[in-house]
Design a protein around this ligand. Structure first.
Ligand code: HEC
Length: 545
């Protein structure tokens, strides 16, 4: 009786102890994460660090992520290489057999003894490595108490993920996401490119016979294994209103774990998709969206450009340069479409000017003909800004009011293919957030040749060229990553690789510095050469607003 009575008590005590430990460990990792990513100690005080010369770094500026990056794998920073500092790289025993099992990362240190918790604490506080040799002055010395130190070391240990979702023997799972309001013609074009790219890649990388996977003893066999992986595409088609998308995506991911999201196609909003990718820490690489999500604290979405918001910046830049007198600015957009956000952004930027800014809004379901009525509000000499799609543009009145200065979004209006009525062409300036047609021809021909050879119908060239570019970038990045299939590292390597890319499709140059998420940062303002053709002429050089 007594014994029986005791048993559950012991179990309860054990359980409480176990729960306590797990909670403590989770809190420890959270505290470590806050130090690593935010430079914030458990007490809430900012992390403090100093360099030999006496300079002090405080809080966010001292955070490890600035140099060792989110993955903990470090990288190249100017001319110095920053070493990886995940548990695996710090504590691995110093012997060759083991090093072969350690995936290659530029900057990994093979020439020292493994750290212990206490030599690691010494490295962070005093700048001495596992063998007591001084680390370079670039690595600051940190003021960390014992509890914070333990939390930070715990965080470094758990950065090594033993299993990454979407990666299994021989297959790498990737998804693409399509919103229900995506244009069918673009959807068809994008999917044709994605399917073909995956098929091509899988033929070039024939599946390896099983016995070649198994040893895993040498670096060689492992990296062979990775680059011979087959890619499998999962197409996640969303349905219903945006409020339900995040739930649908969570279900897709639970059913079909993927390593990353590649390309994708949106319509009026990408917000819920972005929120999902952030919450799942899932890289979302270069979706075709006119209004990307630009939010502080977002890390997982990479975009080719800031879309219509970049166009608003280009127009603001022009209007603010003060050469043309400004009285009224009238913006026209359709309710619920991406032009709404662009118009808001532009209005914000023009606030400092002494001008009257107004907008007229086409109801979401109004027929295109209604666009004429919106322009009746225009006063003589107004600057009119059209955030409209081709169907609405085609329905503009035959000619604009005599002295109106007109700007239009090239992205929404289909660039030089826009159905802008002839009489408007002499008076309209178009934002052009791409390289000009002649300048980009050779680079786009590269994609076009690939489409032609594979009999891919060109239904939406720019979307298809961007999709092809996104696939090429992913493929090259994965080859560079060799064995290290870790999501944060994918984003970091992608950022590093972009600088060296020659074939950049529609964009003159792509770059993503640490902490940047929009690869192409500028654009032109153009006008039509004449009333009938498609030739456009830049009014100023490439402008980065
Ligand atoms: C300003 C950039 C910078 C910051 C911030 C930074 N480090 Fe470093 N760290 C470096 C550099 C550079 C080295 C390589 C030093 C050398 O080559 O001797 C390094 C080396 C290290 C090493 C030694 C690795 C080895 O293999 O011997 C560890 C451990 C380390 N850092 C941990 C951290 C932690 C933890 C933080 C945050 C609390 C941090 N670092 C913040 C730049 C930085």
């Amino acid at each position: 009786m007594n014994r029986l009575f005791h048993l559950p008590r012991t179990a309860v005590v054990l359980l409480a102890w176990f729960v306590g430990c797990t909670v403590w460990a989770a809190q420890g990792v959270d505290a470590g994460r806050a130090i690593y990513l935010e430079g914030q100690l458990a007490s809430g005080a900012p992390l403090q660090a100093s360099r030999d010369g006496g300079t002090t770094l405080v809080g966010k500026d001292a955070a490890c992520v600035n140099c060792h990056r989110r993955s903990g794998y470090g990288g190249q920073e100017g001319r110095s290489t920053i070493p990886p500092i995940t548990g695996l790289y710090l504590f691995h025993p110093r012997n060759l057999e083991a090093e072969h099992d350690l995936p290659y990362v530029a900057g990994m240190r093979g020439e020292r003894d493994p750290y212990t918790d206490s030599t690691l604490a010494r490295a962070l506080r005093e700048g001495l490595d596992a063998q007591g040799r001084a680390l370079s002055f670039l690595m600051p010395h940190f003021a960390l108490g014992d509890a914070d130190m333990a939390a930070l070391i715990g965080y470094l240990r758990q950065l090594d993920k033993s299993r990454v979702p979407g990666v299994d023997d021989g297959t790498l799972h990737l998804a693409t996401i399509i919103t229900p309001d995506a244009e069918p013609r673009k959807r068809q074009g994008m999917l044709a490119v994605l399917n073909q790219f995956f098929a091509d890649r899988n033929i070039r990388q024939p599946k390896m016979p099983a016995h070649m996977f198994t040893s895993g003893k040498t670096a060689y066999s492992k990296s062979m294994f990775r680059s011979h992986q087959q890619w499998q595409l999962h197409v996640w088609e969303l349905s219903g209103p945006p409020s339900g998308w995040q739930k649908q995506l969570e279900k897709f991911l639970a059913r079909e774990p993927v390593f990353a999201v590649i390309s994708g196609l949106g319509g009026k909003t990408w917000e819920p998709v972005n929120a999902f990718c952030e919450a799942a820490a899932l890289p979302c690489l270069f979706p075709n969206v006119d209004l990307p999500v630009d939010r502080a604290g977002s890390h997982y979405g990479l975009y080719f450009s800031k879309g219509v918001v970049l166009e608003a910046e280009l127009i603001a830049n022009r209007l603010l340069d003060g050469t043309a007198p400004l009285r009224n600015v009238l913006q026209v957009y359709r309710a619920g479409d991406v032009g709404e956000a662009a118009a808001q952004s532009l209005a914000m930027q023009l606030k400092q000017l002494d001008v009257h800014i107004s907008s007229t809004v086409l109801a979401a379901d109004a027929p295109a003909e209604a666009v004429a009525a919106t322009l009746e509000h225009a006063a003589p000499g107004d600057v009119q800004i059209l955030w409209l799609r081709p169907a609405d543009i085609a329905a503009l009145p035959l000619s604009p009011s005599g002295d109106a200065v007109v700007y239009m979004s090239g992205l929404m209006g289909e660039l030089e293919n826009t159905p802008l009525p002839p009489a408007w062409r002499g008076q309209t300036h178009m934002t052009y957030p791409f390289d000009l047609p002649d300048a980009r021809r050779v680079r786009v021909d590269f994609a076009l040749g690939w489409f032609n050879l594979r009999k891919i119908a060109v239904t939406a060239l720019q979307v298809q060229a961007d999709t092809y570019l996104a696939c090429g970038l992913l493929s090259e990045t994965l080859n560079h990553m060799a064995d290290n299939l870790v999501r944060d590292y994918l984003l970091e390597r992608m950022q590093d690789l972009l600088e060296h890319r020659v074939v950049t499709g529609y964009y003159p140059r792509l770059a993503l510095a640490n902490g940047q998420y929009f690869a192409s940062k500028g654009g032109y303002i153009v006008h039509f050469a004449d009333a009938s053709g498609r030739r456009v002429i830049a009014e100023q050089g490439w402008t980065v607003p």
